[in-house]
Design a protein around this ligand. Structure first.
Ligand SMILES: C[S@@+](CC[C@H](N)C(=O)[O-])C[C@H]1O[C@@H](n2cnc3c(N)ncnc32)[C@H](O)[C@@H]1O
Length: 299
C-alpha cells in the first residue's frame, strides 16, 4: 500500500511518458526485464541468434535502467552499443557498462526527419549507421508510432534489423484469444484516456503493419502471454504473473489516476474505476495481455 501513496519521482521531460523514474520504478523495471526473458525464452532479444552476427552498431531505445542494454553490449562485444532514454540511466548502469556501451539522453520522437539537425541524428544515431534498432515496452512513451518506425528506417543501414517488443492493452483468458476486457467499464474509460494521450491500444500487434508502411520488411512476428496472474497452463509466463502481482499492480492506481486525469471525471468515480480494475485484473489465473515481438529488416 505504501508504494501507491508515497511521493514518487517523475521524468523531467516534455515527453508524454507518465510512469515515475525513481528507485521503486527502477526495481520494477529490472524485475519486469527478468520476467520478459523467462516469457520469451531465455534472452531479452529474439533477433540475437539469427541476425546480429555482423552487427557494428546497436541501439536500445527507451533503455530505462539499461538492464537489457548492458546484456546487448556483452553479447555484441565488437559492436558499438547505445542506450537512449528521455532521462539519464541510473548510477548502477553507468558503473556496470562495458567499454563498448554509451548512454544518450534524448526523445526519439524529436529526431528531425527532414534535415537531421537534432542531437541524436547528429551524434550517436546518425542516419544509415545502425545495424540493430531495439525497443521494448514503449507503449506508454510513444505517441507517434508512425514516426517512430520512420526514424528506425532512417537510422538503420541497409539490411539492418529492428526488433520491437510491446504490449496491447486488452486482457484475455489464459491460452485463448477470448477477450475479457471488452465488457469492462473501467477499461473503456481508460482507453478513452489512452487515446487522449495520443497513445496506442495496440502498440504490439500493430507494429508489423506500421513497419511495412515505414518501408521495413517484416521477417518474424511472435506472440506471448504477459500474465497478470500466474497459471500452470502457461509456464513461461508464470514469472511474469508473479512480478505483476508483486510490483506492477502497486503502480496501477497511480497510472490510472494520471491517465484518467485528462477526462475530467469526479474523484470518487476515478477511485471506483481503479477498485474495479484491481478486482478484474486479478480475477482469474492466466489472465493476460498479448505481448508481440516483431522483427523486420531494412531491405
Ligand atoms: C516501461 S520503460 C521500459 C524500459 C526498458 N525498455 C525495459 O524494457 O526495461 C519505458 C522507457 O522508455 C523511456 N521513454 C519513453 N518515451 C521515450 C521517448 N520518446 N524517447 C526515448 N525514451 C523514451 C522512458 O523514460 C522509460 O525509461
Amino acid at each position: 500500500m505504501a508504494a501507491t501513496t508515497m511521493e514518487r519521482g517523475y521524468h523531467n521531460t516534455s515527453s508524454s511518458y507518465v510512469l515515475p523514474n525513481d528507485a521503486i520504478e527502477q526495481d520494477r523495471l529490472n524485475a519486469q526485464a527478468d520476467a520478459i526473458v523467462a516469457m520469451i525464452g531465455g534472452a531479452p532479444f529474439l533477433a540475437y541468434n539469427r541476425h546480429l552476427a555482423n552487427a557494428s552498431k546497436a541501439v536500445d531505445i527507451g533503455c530505462g535502467t539499461g538492464v537489457a542494454t548492458i546484456q546487448l553490449a556483452a553479447l555484441l562485444p565488437s559492436a558499438n552499443v547505445v542506450g537512449v532514454d528521455i532521462t539519464p540511466v541510473p548510477a548502477p548502469a553507468l558503473a556496470a557498462a562495458p567499454p563498448n556501451l554509451q548512454w544518450e539522453t534524448g526523445n526519439i520522437l524529436d529526431v528531425d526527419m527532414e534535415k537531421q539537425t537534432d542531437s541524436l541524428s547528429r551524434g550517436a544515431l546518425a542516419p544509415n549507421t545502425i545495424s540493430y534498432f531495439f525497443g521494448c515496452m514503449l507503449f506508454l512513451g510513444i505517441n507517434d508510432w508512425h514516426k517512430y518506425f520512420q526514424v528506425a528506417n532512417l537510422m538503420l543501414h541497409d539490411q539492418g534489423i529492428i526488433e520491437h517488443q510491446d504490449l496491447d492493452w486488452k486482457f484475455y483468458r489464459v491460452g485463448t484469444d477470448e477477450c475479457l476486457s471488452d465488457n469492462w467499464k473501467w477499461y473503456a474509460r481508460l482507453m478513452e484516456a489512452v487515446k487522449v494521450a495520443g497513445l496506442s491500444e495496440i502498440s504490439g500487434s500493430n507494429a508489423a503493419s506500421l513497419m511495412e508502411t515505414a518501408g521495413l520488411k517484416v521477417i518474424e512476428v511472435r506472440k506471448f502471454e504477459f500474465s497478470f496472474v500466474p497459471s500452470a497452463k502457461t509456464p513461461n509466463s508464470q514469472a511474469m504473473g508473479r512480478y505483476v502481482q508483486a510490483k506492477l499492480m502497486l503502480n496501477y492506481p497511480e497510472l490510472m489516476r494520471k491517465l484518467l486525469g485528462s477526462l475530467n471525471i469526479a474523484h470518487d468515480e476515478v477511485e471506483q474505476l481503479i477498485r474495479d480494475a484491481l478486482r478484474d485484473l486479478s480475477s482469474e489465473e492466466g489472465i493476460h495481455q498479448k505481448y508481440t515481438v516483431t522483427i523486420a529488416k531494412k531491405a
